[in-house]
Write a protein that binds this ligand. Structure first.
Ligand SMILES: [Cu+2]
Length: 154
């Protein structure tokens, strides 16, 4: 019985951590060492969920990604060929708090590098684990999706 009550209170504390002005529990915001957080390296690349498009995070300002507004550049390619003219959307999300940001990310093709897009702002307004989902649909092609996950501190 006592164990059950502990679980209930733990769940309530989790709900209170976000959205009502109550400060988060110290441990809730401290994601350092959380295996979900990826180490940022310029050029870090991953294949989309459907194995179609490669998403490479070429630059991040600030680096590594941090709290507030971030500017990223992403290269899209398929079979080594850059994908220009894709429709790209970006959705930051905090999985532990089940919320994102109200500030939309504007995606702008970089005319100087084929297949490169600037994403700004990527608004990561709160400490904790953020998952940034990038969805890309080449002109006349098929959508693919990649998620970059970072621990945002302070
Ligand atoms: Cu949050």
């Amino acid at each position: 019985m006592q164990r059950h009550l502990t679980l209930v209170f733990g769940a309530l504390a989790g709900l209170a951590a976000c959205g009502n002005g109550t400060p988060a529990e110290p441990d809730a915001a401290n994601c350092v060492g959380d295996p979900r957080g990826e180490a940022f390296t310029a050029g870090m690349a991953k294949l989309g969920k459907d194995n179609r498009i490669t998403f490479a995070l070429m630059t991040a300002a600030p680096s590594p990604p941090s709290r507030g507004d971030n500017t990223w550049s992403v290269d899209l390619s398929q079979g080594g060929a850059p994908i220009s003219g894709a429709a790209v959307t970006v959705k930051p999300f905090m999985p532990d708090h089940r919320h994102g940001t109200s500030i939309p990310t504007v995606v702008t093709p970089d005319p100087s590098v084929p297949g490169r897009y600037q994403l700004a702002p990527v608004n990561l307004w709160m400490p904790g684990i953020w998952e940034v989902t990038i969805t890309a649909t080449p002109a006349g092609g098929t959508t693919d999706i990649a998620v970059f996950s970072f621990c945002i501190t302070s």
